[in-house]
Write a protein that binds this ligand. Sequence first.
Ligand SMILES: Cc1cc2nc3c(=O)[nH]c(=O)nc-3n(C[C@H](O)[C@H](O)[C@H](O)COP(=O)(O)OP(=O)(O)OC[C@H]3O[C@@H](n4cnc5c(N)ncnc54)[C@H](O)[C@@H]3O)c2cc1C
Length: 500
Amino acid sequence: MNVQSQVRKASPGTTEHFDVLIAGAGISGVGAAYHLTTQCPGTTFVALETQKTFGGTWSTHRYPGIRSDSDLHTFGYRFKPWTSAPIASAAEILKYMGEVIAENDLARHIRYQHTITSAKWSSEENLWTIEATRNDTGEQVRFTTNFFWMCQGYYRHAEGYTPEWKDMAKFKGPIVHPQKWPEDLDYKNKRVVVIGSGATAATLIPALAGDVAHVTMLQRSPTYFRTGRNAIEIAEQLRQLQVDEKWIHEITRRKILFDQDAFTRKTFEEPEAAKKDLLSAVEAYLGKDYDIATHFTPKYRPWRQRIAFIPDGDLFQGIKSGKASVVTDEIDRFNEKGILLKSGKELEADIIVTATGFHLSANGDIEFAVDGKKLDFADTVTYRGMMFTGVPNLVWVFGYFRASWTLRVDLVADFVCRMLNHMKQTGVKKVTPQLRPEDHNMPLLPWIDPENFNPGYMMRGMHLLPKRGDKPEWQHNQDYWAEKDEFPSIDLKDRAFAYE
Ligand SMILES: Cc1cc2nc3c(=O)[nH]c(=O)nc-3n(C[C@H](O)[C@H](O)[C@H](O)COP(=O)(O)OP(=O)(O)OC[C@H]3O[C@@H](n4cnc5c(N)ncnc54)[C@H](O)[C@@H]3O)c2cc1C
């Protein structure tokens, strides 16, 4: 079955109606589509996607070596077994998503090259009116929907974040952001400097190391990494025993989540011990003489920023081989030949890659209004990081950072489907999260506590995000292990939901 739906024509001037409209066809949007077909049969829905194909992150990022930094048993959906090595390339993830679309006949629900530009709620009609632009023809098309399921991710796909450094224009070679990797970029036998040391840099550097003259990872401050074999022992053993893949998937997920829970707890309860575990694994690759204290020992407690998994220690192997190196310093300015550092050193380069992160986008760059009033999500309080006070019939999927994003795609979908079925059964048309009387004196805080999790793009964009309260109902606490039990028991009759 073809997984690419045709870009269907909605005639200009007409309005199509769907019970549910999904924004985006990444891992969240495709997951939402699957759950709607299985948990809310008979519900009409459409997913509108800007790109020419599905996959979101995994189709828009094209830099060499692009791969997951968490395992695919948990980054994969709970309903479709992952049967290969846990850390997967973008191509493997896209193949898996393509199978989900084909096996569940979802292609007919997805319309590509449709960019949603505005979403306006009317309480008179109990409907969202969604305007979209067709990227292929430039036409404006209009939809109405009862429920808007936002699966547009959390960052702007069109361009990444590059800080402004002094004299960047003087550099003679290309300056490339990994989000816009030029297909024809020739890096063979070139000297490459990658600025940044997050998951992207850690993926890119081993992928480049074999081809370039040298690749330098230039970081202002170090990052934690986890490393080990790209295999899950229990999955291998069960496979040897010819256990059914469905069982292997479920058991392996449980084992991974059990171990991750223990590790996450350790980072809060015994941060020094957790830090020691992480650093010893790096030392095992780089040896005792390598300056791990300068280059791989962050100042913060482990898990305050995402910890990327380095399969088979390939980043460290690149460093050990001498093809890659790490410089921990600050950029003073660029010049024609490369980068001048605050220490006075100069880093010469033919190509500079800025693996410096994202632009956070809370709303998919969609203009929102509720009953004629422009909506600013920063003025709302989030209900469990998925709904927002005063915003009817809308859910946003924002996954986990310390566990795989997709675990929350499945959990949120169960909640939405339960809510939609409840609304159908009780005949209500509108649900709006609202603070309950007992919540009115609750302190309103930024979306996430920087003490808990503080990557740069979050800190730069926090003012755009909804507020959080100090109770589990009013925050996205990034705790899969609590939410997996809390979500199924959310009381739909709670006063946090105003129905009409
Ligand atoms: C390089 C990289 C590696 C990552 N690796 C991992 C990992 O290993 N594990 C993990 O848990 N997380 C990882 N993440 C985080 C990752 O983004 C999420 O896990 C996940 O892929 C997000 O899926 P999503 O569908 O919610 O959003 P996205 O993948 O961002 O997809 C959203 C889709 O919505 C579309 N869209 C946006 N706005 C509009 C609009 N206005 N109209 C129509 N369509 C729109 C976009 O075009 C896009 O296709 C990684 C992120 C990056 C950038």
